[in-house]
Ligand binder design. Structure first.
Ligand SMILES: Nc1ncnc2c1ncn2[C@@H]1O[C@H](COP(=O)(O)OP(=O)(O)OP(=O)(O)O)[C@@H](O)[C@H]1O
Ligand SMILES: [Mg+2]
Length: 305
């Protein structure tokens, strides 16, 4: 018995080309397992193959090679069952312009087994989405919110979300993250794509980096963070000796500044804080690394898009 909810095995997609141009290899032998109850971030720059992967998972396109298994079912043979059970947010959701948001929700809720209309309304309220407006009058962000409501409203065991926070303001993104964490706490699984590492580090358990159709890395966010450093600035008007700071455990760089010292610290901040306590400290700032920086340090290189 495996707890794999999503399994891609040598999944490959070459889009057909013309007689002059060879087809585009959009996905190159992807091997990936997403387990039950995790939030997996599928990251990569534009054109990396994220949407292609999602379309293959949902059997909207057929692979050139390899296969996908979704909740133990073959993505192609069982595509109808899978589509009914999965919550899906496409990168460009097509909705019905002439209907109100509320009508869309009611209609789709009727089609989905296990949909709880009251829960759908709660989702819309939490995302601050006015369901009385016609979809054609929705802003881009509001269309995205309606897409999120329809993906989540039947409490699917697996959520597949293509760039879900694109166009959402920070407050709504925060609420959206809470909804994902709630789904995970119920043992449900989330697979989401993004091209921004910083967008997903708050919520994902693991991330995979895709580039030019090839999976570059899969790591746990906590592991990535452990290897990394922070920039700490101690602000003081007292004169400091950089040698005293650079000798501290974990300090890899110490630079004097007009109003204090800036340190690169890996691991615990304790030695730095204890030394700082000997001086009159005006302020302390700690800059957390972005995931881009973490990957740079982790692999000595990084996708630079
Ligand atoms: N229908 C298609 N026919 C031919 N090539 C395609 C097709 N769809 C996508 N591609 C190409 O396949 C590659 C991967 O595209 P895909 O849309 O999967 O990337 P993505 O990672 O989702 O990018 P983005 O972040 O821009 O959404 C790109 O080079 C793209 O131009
Ligand atoms: Mg895409």
């Amino acid at each position: 018995m495996t707890d794999a909810v999503l399994e891609a095995m040598n999944l490959t997609k070459r889009y057909p080309g013309t007689r002059k141009q060879r087809g585009k290899l959009a996905l190159d032998h992807l091997n990936l397992t997403v387990n039950q109850g995790e939030i997996f971030g599928f990251l990569g720059p534009n054109g990396a193959g994220k949407t292609t992967t999602i379309r293959l998972i949902l059997d909207l396109i057929r692979p050139t090679d390899g296969r996908v298994s979704v909740m133990g079912m073959d993505a192609h043979r069982n595509s109808t069952t899978i589509k009914r059970q999965v919550g899906n947010l496409p990168s460009e959701a097509r909705l019905w312009d002439h209907m109100t948001g509320g009508q869309v929700v009611r209609y789709l809720c009727g089609l989905r087994p296990g949909c709880d209309y009251t829960y759908a309304l709660t989702l819309a309220e939490r995302l601050n989405l006015n369901l009385n407006l016609h979809v054609r009058n929705y802003s881009t962000g509001n269309k995205r919110k309606l897409g999120i409501v329809q993906a989540l409203m039947h409490r699917p065991q697996l959520l597949i979300l293509d760039e879900p926070t694109m166009g959402l303001d920070p407050l709504v993104s925060h609420t959206f993250n809470e909804l994902l964490l709630e789904a995970r706490d119920e043992g449900r699984t989330v697979f989401l794509s993004s091209h921004q590492l910083t967008e997903v580090e708050q919520v994902c358990d693991r991330v995979g980096i895709l580039r030019d159709g090839k999976l570059q890395a899969v790591e746990r966010i906590t592991d990535l963070k452990r290897v990394f450093y922070r920039w700490v600035t101690i602000y003081t008007h007292s004169p400091l000796d950089p040698a005293e700071w650079s000798g501290l455990e974990g300090v890899t760089n110490a630079m004097l500044q007009p109003n204090g010292i800036r340190l690169c610290v890996s691991g615990a901040l304790d030695p730095v804080i204890k030394l700082a306590a000997r001086y009159p400290v005006d302020n302390v700032s700690v800059e957390e690394p972005t995931l881009e920086d973490i990957f740079l340090a982790f692999y000595g290189r990084v996708p630079n898009d």
